[in-house]
Design a protein around this ligand. Structure first.
Ligand SMILES: Cc1cc2nc3c(=O)[nH]c(=O)nc-3n(C[C@H](O)[C@H](O)[C@H](O)COP(=O)(O)OP(=O)(O)OC[C@H]3O[C@@H](n4cnc5c(N)ncnc54)[C@H](O)[C@@H]3O)c2cc1C
Length: 456
């Protein structure tokens, strides 16, 4: 079926958006035998594959390699000063992404999913119109249209870039201002600094990574300072201006000017893609931020219309969108009437340098909920490679436990390997383990991970 086909079609399911959540829902529904159509105007895979997790992690890996080469030099390897041919690396990155596109395309064909390269909009509660006027009538509709970067409303905002633009870079800019201290700002700053840029971060709040364990976030700030990143915390940005030499100047919240930037990147949050959906035609409710309102089962305000992923106001992560989409289809087409995603205790990692990860409650969240019944255990150590190379970087792991039985309610890791270590311990936390369970587990030595089972 072509997008220009101005006829009417019937499907069991129409999915709006071919990103993480939409693809997961479409594949799962097709596995149950549903007749599925999916509309996606851009590249398959959405934000995650094209301008999010995947290219970001590729750049992080490049930065890790650069860091490793520096460590190698300190340890006696005779290797020249690392310099990345950015264009060549991007060619490897995009080849990897092209393989993901091809694999999705194959799976869509194999599952008999009708894929339409078009925006979709509501023409009625479960009637979707393609860009070229075809009308799809569906028993069920999933909205999975994700989100996009948001620029602040300040003078000169148009002079700055957003995270999508970062993936078009073909070289490391000399001096970069990154506005925003959330995970995207922290990740982009880390990569750019490690790959040769001089980065200055402008953070509105008192510190980076609000919502993460405070002690670890402060530790990470110190790591960033040591690597040469300049942090301006607590001021925000009031305006961006272009100087006579073409470079950018940032006026911070206190009125102080910081000039000489080749590029400025706003990492100041994201907004949901709902404007083009014509939600009014179906009376689908949104919240004040434009997110589609959903209940615990991903139901919108309209019967048999659902929403998953970043277009809702839930945890904006790829595995969350995927899990929500799959559970939803298990319920709608798989006969599992109770299936829904448990949004508690979702583990998350920031690919900073070094990485930081968390699952469960921070110490302050636990104290708010459990008062004095909170017990905190920490391990502050140097990973073996860093000790061998005699670099100052330290790891900091923290456990938050509650009650006499010391039930583990929070695990927070900063340091080499934190990104890979956390997943297994997240399973344990979700199963309700106690500190004794960790102590009963024999350590794997010598690793950083063993610190988690040895904390006292
Ligand atoms: C820089 C960056 C780094 C990230 N890193 C990570 C990470 O490391 N780990 C992690 O878990 N998450 C990460 N995320 C978040 C993750 O990318 C998102 O949570 C995830 O992609 C959300 O999936 P989704 O299906 O809701 O939306 P998306 O993946 O954004 O997909 C939505 C799709 O809908 C399409 N669309 C929009 N409007 C319409 C319409 N009207 N009709 C049809 N289609 C439409 C869009 O073209 C898009 O392809 C990152 C995000 C960014 C920006």
């Amino acid at each position: 079926m072509s997008a220009g086909d101005a006829r009417e079609f019937d499907f069991d399911l129409v999915v709006l958006g071919g990103g993480s959540g939409g693809l997961a829902a479409a594949f799962r529904a097709a596995e149950y035998g549903a007749r599925v159509a999916m509309l996606e105007p851009g590249e398959l895979g959405g934000t995650c594959v094209n301008v999010g997790c995947v290219p970001k992690k590729a750049m992080w890996l490049a930065a890790q390699v650069a860091e490793r080469i520096e460590l190698a030099q300190r340890l006696g390897f005779n290797v020249p000063c690392p310099e990345l041919d950015w264009r060549e690396f991007v060619a490897h990155r995009q080849h990897y992404i092209a393989n993901i596109h091809a694999s999705y395309r194959r799976r869509l064909d194999d599952n008999g999913i009708v894929s339409i390269a078009s925006y979709g909009r509501f023409a009625g509660p479960r009637t979707i119109e393609t860009g070229e006027g075809a009308r799809l009538h569906a028993k069920h509709v999933v909205i999975a249209t994700g989100g996009r970067p948001r620029r602040p409303s300040i003078p000169g905002a148009e002079l700055g870039l957003v995270s999508d633009d970062f993936f078009n870079f073909s070289a490391a800019p000399g001096r970069v201002a990154v506005v925003g201290g959330g995970y995207i700002g922290v990740e982009l700053s880390g990569v750019l600094q490690m790959l040769g840029s001089c980065v200055e971060m402008f953070v509105r709040g008192g510190r980076v990574l609000q919502g993460f364990e405070q002690e670890l976030a402060e530790h990470l700030e110190e790591d960033y300072r040591q690597s040469g990143t300049v942090l301006h915390c607590g001021a925000g940005v009031r305006a961006v201006e272009r100087d006579a030499d073409g470079r950018l100047r940032v006026v911070d919240g206190n009125g102080d000017a910081h000039g000489g930037f080749d590029k400025l990147i706003f990492a100041t949050g994201r907004q949901p893609n709902t404007e083009r959906l014509n939600l009014e035609a179906a009376a689908i409710e949104t919240d004040a931020g434009g997110h589609v309102r959903v209940d615990d089962f991903q139901n919108t305000s309209v019967e048999r219309v659902y929403a998953v992923g970043d277009v809702t106001d839930r945890v904006a992560l790829t595995p969350v969108a995927i899990a929500a989409g799959r559970r939803l289809m298990d319920r709608v087409f798989g006969g599992k009437s109770d299936a829904c995603l448990d949004y508690d205790n979702i583990a998350t990692v920031v690919f900073s340098h070094p990485p930081i990860g968390k699952v469960g409650l921070t110490e302050s969240q636990a104290r708010e909920r459990f008062g004095d019944d909170v017990h905190v255990y920490r391990s502050d150590f140097r990973a073996m490679l860093h000790a061998l190379a005699d670099v100052p970087q330290r790891s900091l792991f923290k456990l938050v436990c509650v009650g006499a039985e010391r039930r583990v309610v929070g695990i927070h890791l900063l340091g080499e390997g934190a990104d890979e270590i956390l997943q297994g311990f997240a399973v344990a936390l979700k199963r309700g383990i106690t500190l004794d369970d960790l102590h009963d587990t024999v350590a794997i030595h010598p690793t950083s991970a063993e610190e988690v089972v040895l904390m006292r």
